[in-house]
Write a protein that binds this ligand. Structure first.
Ligand SMILES: Nc1ncnc2c1ncn2[C@@H]1O[C@H](COP(=O)(O)OP(=O)(O)OP(=O)(O)O)[C@@H](O)[C@H]1O
Ligand SMILES: CC(C)(CO)[C@@H](O)C(=O)NCCC(=O)O
Ligand SMILES: [K+]
Length: 244
């Protein structure tokens, strides 16, 4: 049994894998990390290994606690990845983006892959069929868009994701929902059509906290896999074991 931990910018996600199948899943706020890890370790006292990747802030105390309980592999820029990194600043590339790119490379061999992670930020990452990681894009996530409209104006209220939105927003609230949600949908559609134009056999992976909401509303048929990063960590650790 193996445990993968994804420390995101806002929340921590944890999955238990048994024979490469996800057997359990946890999600919690960073400030409740210690309590949650203690409960998880009580429930799963026979873990063989923990794989940890972090772009967020995890207290030194919590990291030390995790490491004191089980053998822990932390994914860093120095870890072995199944692609050639052609980003011009590899040392500043987000670990989450590298793990997603690794997962896509291992899960979908010999294809062009576009990974879209709709979380705190929306990231786009492209790995071609020669397993070269080329880069992509970083844009503000849904929550950040709502928050910044409120933050940087005096009149706009703070709203959160709504099921009801139209192209023509006929009130302040519906105009904000239209701008934020349609803005994200058009952005994603736009990137997908640009990448598809240039790359045949494009495999698209949509993940992150807002993936399910967005997948249902995109014109292109794309299935959301909210746990892709946790699955990628599991695959990456198998890959590292084999290639060490
Ligand atoms: N309970 C929740 N708390 C916070 N965000 C949530 C929640 N449920 C859905 N979301 C949505 O998920 C998005 C955040 O995505 P996610 O959980 O992947 O972020 P994260 O933990 O910061 O991870 P990452 O840093 O990898 O993006 C927000 O834009 C928000 O709309
Ligand atoms: C873009 C985020 C914040 C997305 O979680 C993360 O991948 C990150 O901090 N990246 C560093 C910058 C870069 O990827 O080029
Ligand atoms: K993200």
């Amino acid at each position: 049994m193996l445990l993968t931990i994804d420390v995101g910018n806002s929340r921590i996600k944890v999955a238990v894998f048994e024979h490469n199948k996800q057997a359990d899943f946890f999600i919690f706020e960073t400030n409740e990390a210690l309590k949650n890890f203690k409960n998880i370790f009580k429930k799963y006292s026979n873990l063989q290994k923990i794989i940890l990747s972090s772009v967020g802030k995890l207290d030194e105390d919590v990291v030390n606690y995790i490491k004191s309980q089980f053998q822990t592999e932390t994914i860093t820029h120095k870890s072995k990845f199944p692609f050639t990194n052609l980003y011009s600043t590899p040392e500043t590339l987000g670990i989450d983006r590298m793990v997603l790119a690794a997962g896509a490379t291992l899960m979908h061999p010999n294809q062009n892959r576009l990974i879209i992670d709709a979380g705190t930020c929306i990231t786009y990452d492209f790995v071609n069929s020669e397993n070269q990681y080329l880069g992509g894009a970083i844009s503000p996530g849904i929550k950040i868009r709502y928050k910044s409209l409120n933050n940087y104006t005096s009149k706009l209220p703070l709203l959160s994701l709504s099921e009801n939105f139209n192209i023509i927003g006929n009130s302040t609230k519906s105009a904000i929902h239209s701008g934020v949600i349609n803005g994200v949908l058009f952005e994603i559609e736009g990137f997908i059509s640009q990448y598809s134009l240039k790359n045949q056999d494009l495999t698209i992976i949509l993940t992150g906290g807002d993936a399910e909401f967005l997948a249902k509303r995109l014109k292109s048929t794309i299935f959301a896999n909210s746990n892709f990063l946790l699955e990628s960590l599991n695959l990456l650790s198998l890959y590292t074991e084999k290639n060490d």
